[in-house]
Design a protein around this ligand. Structure first.
Ligand code: XIL
Length: 459
């Protein structure tokens, strides 16, 4: 029998197609639509200020990220792929992962099609490699993810489709088994990945205020989010239950949807949802204003939720010379600072990969297969300006944290963006254009609505 006639091969092909068609992130075009105009001013300002690692007098280039992050009180993580961890001819990958980071997430190995490739047949060994490797190195792991439109095996889409009740049972069983396998071993779990609508409410496809279609789960299972969160709590009560999404990092339509949805869920079922993941796939040419990112984290924190930056990379479309790499460094630094300025709310920052040699952006929306140089280490594991900037920001925060409170209040708070935001003079949204940044749902968000509708519709 030829390869193409093999049933297994055809199933795999179907699964690959389904995944390719539905796996999402924020494309270059969408990032431009979302942030391009609003961030031109921010990047002009960023270009005018120096890199912190060149000016911070106590900068120690030899400390590791994980050491500085621990001193600063957050985690610093990376998405890891088993193929790279196990590649004996590239020992720098494992070494860099273990030495520099203290949080790991499997890039693909804990997703649905890896962990339940055929119905009720669970294979968690590759997912375990990532979790165990980081735990053995003294770090922690996050689990990604249970319910998503991407990375689903073909068997989830039979014709005719499963009944809604059967689908719910399938999802609950998946969560019970995978969550149970890692109970007590992971600190955060992306229970739901990328559920939120990119359009202003209601989403015309689902008539839902907040959610976009997420086949096969939604709209088939109307309450799939609380039901999945409940299943996750039963499987592992200790891992913090997150919803993770892209394009909702700043103060815009989508982040307001996330905020309002979360507020409703927290009120209806206290303790069920515990965290919001801000993916942070951004672009040197289009990225969210860090002051808004800090403010978004703060308002989510006020709901009693944690937040994490879960998949950060900063695409630098060629030509990407020293100037653009310096801007990239500042973007990384600013996001880490936004996290640090929300202490007790923001748990850490995870980059979506370790080295530019292996980034998903080699393939995603990249027809000429160019190096987008999105990560902290270059293709030879050299430390980039972005690496040093993150290190400097962590070290500056560690120093502030160690400083006596009185000194901190007197000298440091006036200089931090988030402190100004939090201070009486900042007074919340008063200096932002009225309406657009409202945390309330309807009417005032027409500007963003227009912008979102021009963006490419979600697959
Ligand atoms: C990506 C992986 O990096 C790729 O290897 C895979 O082919 C597709 O998925 N948002 C997410 C991640 O939540 O799971 C995605 O990971 C990137 C976008």
């Amino acid at each position: 029998m030829s390869l193409c006639h093999s049933k297994k091969f055809r199933l795999l092909l179907l699964a690959a197609l389904v995944c390719a068609a539905t796996a999402r992130g924020l494309s270059h075009e969408e990032a431009q639509q979302l942030w391009g105009a609003r961030t031109r001013a921010a990047s002009a300002a960023a270009a005018a200020r120096p890199l912190r690692y060149l000016t911070f007098k106590n900068f120690d280039a030899n400390e590791t990220l994980r050491s500085a992050a621990a001193r600063a009180g957050i985690r610093v993580g990376a998405a890891l792929a088993v193929a790279h961890l196990q590649n004996a001819s590239d020992p720098l990958f494992s070494r860099t992962a273990a030495e520099e980071f203290n949080l790991a997430v499997a890039e693909n190995e804990c997703k649905y099609w890896s962990t339940e490739p055929t119905r009720d047949n669970f294979t968690t060994s590759n997912c375990s490699v990532v979790v165990d490797t980081m735990r053995a190195a003294g770090g922690a792991a996050r689990l990604h993810n249970y319910a998503w439109a991407g990375a689903n095996p073909g068997w989830l889409y039979p014709k005719p489709a499963y009944s809604n009740a059967t689908l719910l049972g399938i999802l609950q069983n998946h969560i019970a088994r995978v969550g149970g396998a890692f109970a007590g071993q992971v600190v955060q779990t992306d229970v739901i990945n990328e559920p939120f609508s990119n359009t202003a409410p209601p989403n015309p496809e689902t008539h839902d205020l907040y959610l976009k279609p997420m086949p096969p789960w939604y709209p088939a299972i109307r309450d799939y989010i609380p039901l999945a969160l409940e299943a996750a709590r039963a499987a592992d009560p200790t891992s913090l239950r997150y919803i993770n999404d892209y394009g909702a990092e700043d103060l815009g339509v989508k982040s307001s949807l996330v905020y309002n949805f979360s507020r409703g869920l927290v009120a209806a079922s206290p303790g069920l949802l515990q965290g919001i993941g801000l993916q942070m796939h951004v672009d040197v040419d289009a990225y969210p204003d860090p002051i808004e990112v800090a403010a978004n984290m703060k308002r989510l924190g006020e709901l009693g939720l944690k937040v994490s930056v879960t998949e950060m990379d900063v695409r630098c479309t060629p030509p990407c010379g020293a100037d653009r790499l310096a801007l990239q460094a500042k973007i990384y630094g600013d996001v880490v600072e936004a996290c640090l300025n929300n202490s007790g709310v923001c748990e850490g920052v995870v980059t979506w990969g370790v080295t530019d040699a292996f980034s998903w952006l080699w393939d995603f929306e990249n027809p000429h297969h160019e190096d987008m140089q999105p990560l902290l280490f270059d293709v030879r594991y050299g430390k980039k300006p972005a690496y040093y900037e993150v290190l400097a920001v962590l070290q500056m925060a560690a120093e502030r944290r160690a400083a006596p409170q009185a000194c901190r209040d007197r000298f440091l708070w006036p200089f931090s963006a988030a402190s100004i935001w939090n201070s009486p003079i900042g007074a919340g949204a008063t200096y932002l254009p009225a309406g657009i940044y409202s945390t309330e749902l309807p009417t005032e968000i027409h500007n963003d609505q227009v912008r979102f509708q021009r963006a490419k519709p979600p697959a």
